[in-house]
Design a protein around this ligand. Structure first.
Ligand code: HEM
Length: 528
């Protein structure tokens, strides 16, 4: 034993041998690295293909104003999964149904986080649902939204709200177009969808007529500004050393919006707390949240930051998405009169012209449903979904995706993938009459609401609003462009942002299709 120890000690202190051991270890490490590199490149785990990144900016400059279209073009060259460097951020872009399934189903748990953005951090302080990273807070808020706020029961119970608001919309359009004046569809649809959601949230409606007062205008302005700022590609999110300079003025604007929004919500919360609910009155979303226990279980109530964050998510999620889809649907129908005629024939067959259409009629309106799907396909309100982030490394389609990669599922490209769609740029609702593809997150060929853990929790509500809204517009009116305009000349430009609206709002003339008494608005005693 003694001998062994002595020999070991001698071995340890021999400088020549030490050098040999050191050199051997160095060679082994180099060989391991070489092997790893060779192994990754050529056999199992390859690096994701993508364009060459420039120093500092990476591929940021290729994005342009419409990143989903730029990504689509690049995907034609680099494939259905590609890697870009946006500033210093490794970004994976997904462009096919199969790859979308890999991210949103197979690796859903790993890809279910959100990257931190400056705007999201200032406005929500990570206390909301949509931009919160994966974790306990998000899980609790998500559960609150699906189990208590956006339930099927609440959806059914709020039917009268939708009936009343759409009745007001039809009445408003009727009055406005009596003399043949065109109506701005973005303005009127957005007032309706905001009224519906603000009534569900805090039993308040802000828009009483087609012309809006100052308070409603302020409310709408704030929601619009927030929507816009959250959709902007902020260069400082990608090139960290630019953060202090706030080149696009985003931090400044976010702080301004935050304080205006705080004032707005503080007032509503105080009103709710003062008017303790009468025994029989039904609870709105704010009442539910005000009496909900805190996420950490320490306090007996949810904190105000979380309440405001979740309420804001509902307002942002439930207004522009619906407005934009309805406007694009009308645009496509005016450009395709044969489709418009066919769906109005269907409405007349199912509903007739002696009553207004009801939500119960929707299951029978198969062609109308196909039109809604085709509109979502060509004009998804969130063309890149919301950004996902991988929480740990994984392998997608044989490629290595490191932890903390930003992942964009470009549904705009998925919806045009040749593996599923023939003539993918054509508006052709018939394709959804002939197949069973649905928007509910099971079919990866059509993902306007996403799929998996981060899928839209407002799907049922959003889908119903679009279907009933479109059915009412088409059943109630004939739609034409103002004199002298040709359907084929409609500008189809869009604005990339949180809902991808039409760049130039649609102006249309509506002519009645039903007996005049059906355009009288429902009474809104509670609000007048
Ligand atoms: C036409 C209507 C709508 C469309 C197309 C739509 C689409 C989407 C999409 C694509 C996402 C992101 C999914 C992902 O990143 O994987 C999302 C998330 C979300 N949506 Fe919607 N949405 C709509 C209506 C609504 C409504 C009505 C509400 C609530 C009232 C709502 C609340 C939310 C929330 C809270 C999230 C965040 C979910 C999370 O991160 O866990 N949305 N929506």
């Amino acid at each position: 034993m003694e001998n062994i120890v002595v020999r070991w000690a001698q071995l340890m202190i021999q400088p020549a041998q030490l050098k040999i051991v050191g050199a051997t270890i160095a060679v082994l490490i180099s060989l391991h690295r070489l092997f790893k590199h060779f192994f990754h490149q050529n056999t199992k785990v390859k690096r994701v293909p993508g364009p060459f990144p420039w120093p500092v900016v990476g591929n940021l400059l290729t994005l342009g104003k419409l990143p989903h279209r730029a990504f689509y073009k690049l995907s034609k060259k680099y494939g259905d999964i590609m890697e870009l460097k946006l500033g210093s951020v490794r970004t994976i872009v997904i462009s096919s149904p199969e790859m979308a399934k890999q991210v949103l189903k197979v690796h859903d748990l790993i890809c279910a986080s959100r990257p931190e953005t400056i705007a999201g951090k200032i406005i929500f302080q990570q206390h909301d649902i949509g931009l919160a990273p994966y974790g306990d807070h998000w899980r609790h808020m998500r559960k609150l939204s699906t189990m208590e706020l956006l339930t099927l029961k609440r959806l059914e119970d709020s039917k009268n709200v939708r009936d009343e608001e759409f009745s007001w919309l039809m009445h408003g359009i009727f009055e406005h177009c009596k003399e043949g004046n065109p109506v701005n569809m973005q303005t009127s649809l957005s007032s309706t969808s905001m009224n519906v959601i603000s009534r569900l949230l805090f039993t308040k409606r802000y828009f009483n007529t087609m012309h809006n007062d100052e308070e409603s205008q302020e409310f709408k302005d704030l929601v619009m500004k927030k929507m816009k700022i959250l959709g902007v590609f902020n260069i400082s999110d990608y090139v960290p050393f630019l953060k202090p300079f706030d080149l696009q003025g985003i931090r400044l604007e976010c702080n301004q919006i935050l304080s205006r929004m705080d004032r707005f919500f503080d007032k509503i919360i105080q009103e709710h707390q003062k008017e303790k609910m009468k025994a029989n009155e039904s609870k709105d979303f704010l009442d539910v949240m005000l009496s909900h226990p805190s996420v950490d279980g320490v306090r007996d109530k949810l904190d105000e930051l979380t309440i405001k964050g979740v309420a804001m998510n509902m307002l942002l999620g439930g207004t522009d998405t619906v407005t934009t889809t309805l406007e694009w649907a009308l645009v496509e129908l005016i450009r395709h009169p044969n489709v418009l005629k066919k769906v109005q024939d269907e409405l007349d067959d199912v509903v007739g012209q002696e009553r207004v259409i009801d939500e119960d009629d929707l299951p029978q309106l198969k062609y109308l449903q196909a039109i809604v799907k085709e509109t979502f396909r060509l004009h998804p309100p969130a063309p890149l979904l919301l950004p996902h982030e991988s929480r740990e490394a994984c392998e997608i389609g044989g490629y290595h995706i490191p932890a903390k990669s930003r992942i964009f599922v470009n549904v705009w490209a998925v919806h045009r993938h040749p593996s599923t769609y023939e003539n993918p740029f054509d508006f052709n609702p018939k394709r959804f009459v002939e197949n069973l593809i649905d928007v509910k997150g099971i079919d990866f060929q059509l993902l306007p609401f996403g799929s998996g853990r981060r899928m839209c929790p407002g799907l049922n509500y959003g889908l119903l609003m679009v279907q009933i809204g479109l059915a009412k517009l088409l059943h109630s009116f004939m739609w034409t462009l103002p004199k002298g305009q040709n359907p084929q000349d409609i500008d189809m430009g869009e604005i990339f942002g949180s809902s991808n609206p039409k760049k130039i709002p649609l102006q249309v003339v509506a002519n009645v299709r039903l007996p005049l008494h059906l355009y009288a608005s429902k009474k809104l005693d509670a609000f007048i």
